[in-house]
Design a protein around this ligand. Structure first.
Ligand code: SF4
Ligand code: F3S
Ligand code: FES
Length: 247
């Protein structure tokens, strides 16, 4: 069945405004289909980033009726008949144009995480890991880097001043993943707390709620990382080592 629906779409840069359109909607379509039809029929200059249309590239992140979502995975049947659908760019990152944001903040944060550091005596191919240690980070490897989790986290969503000190859930999860690797020798607990802003996270779990890959970011990555940081801070042997300059 084909119907006409009302859409309000952000046009322009950060100082842009919502423009209203009536667009045809067919059964089974997703929001990205509507944006493509809008480009084809009424707004050929509408900027929208997408790639796979299968929920796997992480490009089509935006806010739909105020909720961070992948537009290619949001079915029009999600909305009540007659409901106006409002589509805006992710709020946490600067808008380049229309629905396209500058997400370079995330790449900058990715570069700051110390990379995998195997022991000097361990040659590639010599790694031996228990299956449980393989399984645990496997969940984190499902990340498609849509950055919806970083977008929704209140620590930076409304606080530009925190961006310098907070890597966001996506990259704190990366730090946790490396910390859990049994062949890794680097200690990221101090930098996670002091430089990546782990302490700013008050486990509100909004990141977990919006993750399209259903990764349990808070329970399986952020809380375990916080526990490791606490162990480091309150372990009397570590405390003594710090005092006498061994750690
Ligand atoms: Fe997206 Fe989930 Fe990865 Fe965050 S953890 S970037 S929400 S896939
Ligand atoms: Fe932000 Fe997720 Fe922590 S939303 S406060 S990083 S649990
Ligand atoms: Fe690739 Fe939506 S277009 S995730």
């Amino acid at each position: 069945m084909t119907t006409k629906r009302t859409f309000r779409v952000w046009r322009g840069d950060g100082d842009g405004e919502l423009a209203q359109y009536e667009v045809e909607v067919n059964e089974g379509e997703v929001v990205l289909d509507i944006l493509h039809r809008l480009q084809a029929t009424q707004a050929p200059d509408l900027a929208v980033r997408w790639n796979c249309k299968a929920g796997k590239c992480g490009s089509c992140s935006m806010e739909i009726n105020g909720r961070p979502r992948l537009s290619c995975m949001t079915r029009m049947s999600t909305f009540a008949p007659g409901e106006t659908v409002t589509i805006t760019p992710m709020r946490t990152f600067p808008v380049i144009r229309d629905l396209v944001c500058d997400v370079s903040f995330n790449y900058q944060k990715a570069r700051e995480i110390p990379s995998f550091t195997p022991g000097a005596d361990t040659a590639p191919g010599d790694f031996r890991m228990a299956q449980a240690d393989v399984d645990r980070p496997q969940e984190f490897r499902k990340c498609i880097e849509c950055f919806l989790c970083n977008n929704v986290c209140h620590v930076i969503r409304d606080h530009e001043e925190n961006k310098e000190h907070f890597s966001g859930p996506r990259f704190l999860m990366r730090a946790a993943e490396l910390e859990m690797h049994p062949e890794d020798t680097a200690d990221r607990r101090k930098v996670s707390q002091e430089e990546f802003g782990l302490g700013y996270c008050n486990i509100t779990k909004c990141c977990t709620e919006v993750c399209p890959e259903n990764i349990k970011i808070t329970d399986n990555a952020l809380i375990p990382l916080k526990e490791r940081v606490a162990d480091r801070q309150y372990d009397p042997l570590v405390w003594l080592g710090t005092k006498i300059g061994l750690r």
